[in-house]
Design a protein around this ligand. Structure first.
Ligand code: C2O
Ligand code: CU
Ligand code: CU
Length: 520
């Protein structure tokens, strides 16, 4: 990112057919969060939290999770003020919480499918918040909808049974209008569901999570987040420093054997085009909804905000001392013009392992598109800039509990949804602007059935499309300008109010988010 950027924000806007001035001229200001980012207060200002006693009931795992202000040594000199999650096991396996060393990231929560879990979440920061378990199929009251936010000092109790495919999930705040800054200041963590026994993949220290986030720091090593800047809000936040697991210049020491890398794009809005510096292809074994049926090879992987990808990487055959980098390749994503290093892998020791890449990874029962209740007429959601309102879904922005007629679905139904990212055609000021939108649906994993690109969107799309991993279950999908994506989703088990939204957190905070209601 320090290098020259062939395609910067202004160029991108120009390509999108919209000048910067016109954004300021219109009524867009009102669509944006009015308050400047409130930086985390010093640890001394922490809200006192009451102690929590373990329940009498026997549970597989009972946790206390707290959002608290803190300080982390990211660079030498001044520590960085952050917000972070900390956790404590009240009941169950003490190893279910695994702290990430020297990081603001929350502890990795490791669970087994089928576990009954209770989490007492305590808000120790100076604003409202709530935790959302991204990717999990949980009852509405356990989903962390913004209507469940708690005030500083309050506690929210989650109670659910893990009913998901083994894989890489995560948790983060979800208050309306403040998700971007809260994630930015450090509130996020991984939630891993253990593989089925006998899955022949690397485990323990050979199973490495990598959380990718971009940040900007001031001269005192403090996070800079500009929600007040109109352009930053419209585009989404893009930082100028790469952090991996909360650390700059991250280096992973490895042995000459296979590894599993679980990569989360935990950035507010940056889209990565991942590759290896020596041009080696990537072997993908998992997506947001767990392991693929069989490994696939990609020249590069496109990872949108909130998406996860699991890679198999075999370092055997490499020499001790050798270094390779995980890099971002140039693309037409906003600020994606430059090649920059994400992290370095350094081969440090010889070690043999008898693992080979499995031919089959998991068994998947796919949905049958012919069974969809609306197979001939997909439920369509148009993603567009609507003058005066910012980014919208079918022309609407978020309302806390409102659900429109076209947002009602029936419990048990299999449906086709289509996300249409419009280039132009939007009405009023800003109507010509188009950006990629990583669309996320709460409460389930879906399947991609079709993509289509318009002539106007094609050249940008071609810089990223070969990196889509549509072969697995997804909960978040990138929809490029001019692209239409059809997905298959099934509303199982739970009635209630769930969200679908753009996971560019600045877009989400501006209101590019809506409810859908599942009803019997
Ligand atoms: Cu990770 Cu509603 O989001
Ligand atoms: Cu989610
Ligand atoms: Cu968006």
């Amino acid at each position: 990112m320090q290098k020259k950027k062939p395609l910067n924000r202004r160029d991108f806007l120009r390509l999108s057919g919209l000048g910067v001035a016109s954004l300021f001229a219109g009524g867009l200001l009102s669509a944006c969060s009015p308050d400047e980012a409130v930086a985390p207060t010093a640890a001394a200002g922490a809200t006192p939290l009451p102690p929590v006693a373990p329940s009498d009931e026997a549970l597989d795992l009972e946790l206390v999770m707290r959002a608290v202000p803190g300080e982390v040594q990211i660079f030498s000199g001044q520590p960085t003020r952050v917000w972070r999650y900390e956790g404590e096991v009240l009941q169950g396996d003490p190893n279910a919480l695994q702290p990430v060393p020297n990081s603001y990231l929350g502890p990795i929560i490791r669970v087994k499918n089928g576990w009954r879990i209770r989490v007492h979440f305590q808000n120790g920061i100076n604003e409202e918040t709530i935790i959302h378990w991204h990717g999990l199929h949980v009852p509405e009251v356990a989903d962390g909808h913004p209507r469940f936010v708690i005030a500083p000092g309050e506690t929210y109790v989650y109670d659910f049974t893990v009913d998901d495919r083994p894989g890489t999930y995560w948790y983060h705040p979800h208050p309306h209008g403040r998700t971007g800054p809260q994630v930015y200041y450090g509130l996020a963590g991984l939630f891993l569901i253990e593989d089925e026994p006998d899955t022949p993949l690397p485990t323990g220290e050979y199973d490495v999570p990598l959380v990718l986030q971009d940040r900007t720091f001031d001269a005192d090593n403090q996070f800079v987040y500009q929600t007040g800047a109109m352009m930053a809000q419209m585009m989404g936040f893009l930082g100028n420093r790469m952090l991996v697991n909360g650390q700059p210049d991250f280096t992973l020491p490895v042995a000459t054997r296979p590894y599993r890398l679980r990569i989360l794009n935990g950035s507010n809005s940056r889209i990565y085009k991942l590759g290896w510096s020596d041009g080696s292809p990537l072997t993908v074994i998992g997506t947001t909804g767990g392991l693929l049926e069989k490994p696939i090879t990609k020249e590069y992987v496109t990872l949108a905000p909130a998406q996860r990808v699991d890679l198999w990487v075999d370092f055997s055959g490499r020499a001790v001392g050798e270094e390779i980098q995980l890099i971002n390749l140039p693309s037409a994503a906003p600020d994606g013009g430059a090649v920059f290093p994400i992290c370095t892998v350094k081969v440090e020791r010889e070690e043999s392992a008898s693992l080979t890449l499995p031919e089959r990874l998991s068994s998947v029962t796919w949905f049958d598109a012919t069974q969809a209740v609306n197979r001939d007429k997909p439920r369509e959601f148009v993603l567009a800039m609507t003058g005066g309102r910012g980014w919208t879904l079918n022309g609407r922005t978020f309302e806390m509990t409102a659900v429109a007629d076209d947002e009602l679905v029936r419990l048990g139904d299999l449906e086709v949804w289509q996300f249409t990212n419009q280039i132009g055609g939007g009405m009023g000021m800003g109507g010509g602007m188009a950006l990629p939108h990583p669309m996320h649906v709460h409460g389930l994993q879906f399947q991609v059935i079709e993509r289509e690109i318009s002539a106007a969107g094609r050249s940008a799309w071609e810089t990223l499309k070969d990196g889509y991993v549509d072969e697995g279950w997804l909960d978040t999908i990138l929809v490029m300008p001019g692209e239409k994506v059809k997905i298959l989703l099934k509303f199982e088990d739970f009635e209630g109010l769930y969200l679908y939204h753009c996971h560019n957190l600045e877009h989400e905070d501006m209101g590019m988010m809506r409810n859908y209601r599942v009803q019997a």
